[in-house]
Design a binder for this molecule. Structure first.
Ligand SMILES: [Zn+2]
Length: 192
């Protein structure tokens, strides 16, 4: 339980703060949370952001670029428009988004249930089309999952367990709030 909560905290914090900075939006939390490589990347390319090739070069070449339409997660083919995915197992989170491409840590991803994997990918894809807001990306992800048939109410509960921090932690409200918002989006016939 404790370990799962710690992982969940990572997802929430990185996506709530680093994600914004990767898109170039200011965040007061950046000084606390940002890793040096991301800071350097942001500084080197303040406006456009790095290309996938620049990103791979920057992280030392250990990362690989999966062309659009070729990524599979638990044998399901994943697409996000024409966006490629960079697999970077040094990433300090399960997933991240730069404008134009997604990043996944396949080591961390291998530890979570299928519904959570697909949701993480769809969430990062949501940032591509809807911008930096976390709740909007969450909503995009669960509605896409419902539409494409990979997300059931049980799967949604797996996602909620994944992002639910330990009781009494400072992130408790945030995780519960995100989950409630996702349940509303999942039930909402109007696509957002
Ligand atoms: Zn996010």
């Amino acid at each position: 339980m404790r370990r799962r909560s710690e992982r969940a905290f990572t997802v929430i914090s990185a996506c709530a703060s680093l994600g914004r900075n990767r898109f170039g939006w200011a965040s007061a939390l950046v000084a606390m949370l940002v890793v040096w490589s991301v800071a350097l990347l942001a500084a080197a390319s303040a406006h456009a952001g790095p290309t996938p090739e620049e990103y791979v070069k920057h992280v030392g070449g250990a990362a690989t670029i999966i062309p659009p339409g070729e990524l599979r997660l638990d044998s399901r083919r994943m697409t996000c428009g024409q966006r490629p995915t960079v697999i970077d197992d040094q990433l300090d989170d399960y997933g991240a988004a730069y404008p134009g491409f997604l990043i996944l840590n396949s080591k961390l991803m291998s530890r979570v249930p299928t519904a959570v994997k697909l949701w993480i990918y769809a969430h990062e894809c949501g940032h591509q089309f809807r911008g930096p807001d976390e709740e909007t990306a969450d909503c995009f992800a669960v509605q896409r999952g419902r539409r494409q048939g990979w997300l059931t109410p049980d799967g949604l509960e797996e996602i909620c367990s994944f992002i639910r921090p330990s009781k009494g932690s400072s992130m408790h409200f945030s995780g519960s709030h995100r989950c409630e918002a996702m349940r509303r989006c999942f039930a909402d016939p109007n696509v957002r």
